[in-house]
Design a protein around this ligand. Sequence first.
Ligand code: NAP
Ligand code: G4F
Length: 329
Amino acid sequence: MSTTPKALITGITGQDGSYLAELLLEKGYDVVGVARRSSTVTFERIAHLQEDIEIAFGDLLDQYSMIKLLEDHQPVEVYNLAAQSFVPTSFDQPVLTGEITGLGVTRVLDAIRVVDPSIRFYQASSSEMFGKVQEVPQTEATPLYPRSPYGVAKVYGHWITINYRESYGLHASSGILFNHESPRRGHEFLPRKVSYNVAKIALGLQDELRLGNLDARRDWGFAGDYVEAMWLMLQQDEPDDYVVSTGETHEVRELVQLAFEHVGKNYEDHVVIDEKFYRPAEVDLLIGDATKAEKQLGWKPKTSFPELVAMMVDADIALLKGDLKGISH
Ligand code: NAP
Ligand code: G4F
């Protein structure tokens, strides 16, 4: 019998799925990535890993597919990264977001309870749960006050993870991750929207960038750093919840300004405020205190805010010039 540990990742086609798969392969795991069936292939972020990981099909909306995945692949660790993760879409599709991002967590946890309760479980909780923040900075003990259907669904996912840990003794941990970005980030999220459009402006392909609220503040880190914290949580003797953040907060405006400055331009010459990108309710200020992760996991972020912004703009310039073959960031 093989002694190679096997990990199963839901959300393998997403930003974090690709970085986590790379990390686990480096650590000697067999990796099974769960993708949902679609009429077009959505494997862009994992194209470079397709020889090394196994893709299996399943959907967080489908309970039986979760059970079958665990029976077929017998992982020792499950990382639940799948979600409808874009906040504005959660206002337009609140029920679907609740089904996937909230109830989907129960479907995975219940499959573990039924098939093999010794499987270790990671839940991708979010700083969006802090919403209208009740404390600054936010820790594992800060009361939750979500401000979007996505945030509400994540609160459910967070508490059902704690509930299965306490009710059935599962090794189930939640990482309360603050915003993390990379050149692999979806184009609809603010930092990637900015880096891609700044790259286009720098190359003379367009002149204008339309954005919403520039006053909100976020604690932004690099996704490649954050997936290590996920893995570390599942290596602990006891399951627990951890804030993962940089401990710095920056205005959206600051990120925009930095990205434009990186290509020698003034953001005020290009940015147009468009009410369409405002949200029905906003999360005004996020800043995390990751002291517990540092003390108990030995985890610290490695990439600074200016390094992250420069990395993303440079990668998009290379992408637009056609220099970037596959994904290497
Ligand atoms: P992402 O890029 O949006 O990826 C989401 C993944 O979930 C995709 O692979 C998507 O598949 C999959 N998915 C969606 N609905 C599904 C369903 N019904 N069944 C199976 N898979 C489904 O998100 P990310 O940035 O990598 O984030 C990973 C996780 O961390 C998410 O749960 C997110 O909510 C959470 N999180 C992210 C951040 C952040 O700043 N990035 C911060 C805190 C928490 P398709 O490719 O088919 O759409
Ligand atoms: O990049 P965003 O869309 O990320 P948001 O809403 O903070 O959510 C992300 O981080 C969460 C962790 O806190 C994750 F759980 C979640 O899955 C996701 O990954 O927006 C950041 C800020 C917001 O305040 C938004 O109002 O940027 C502001 N913003 C201003 N103009 C914009 C825009 N956001 C987007 N997406 N597009 C704009 O044009």
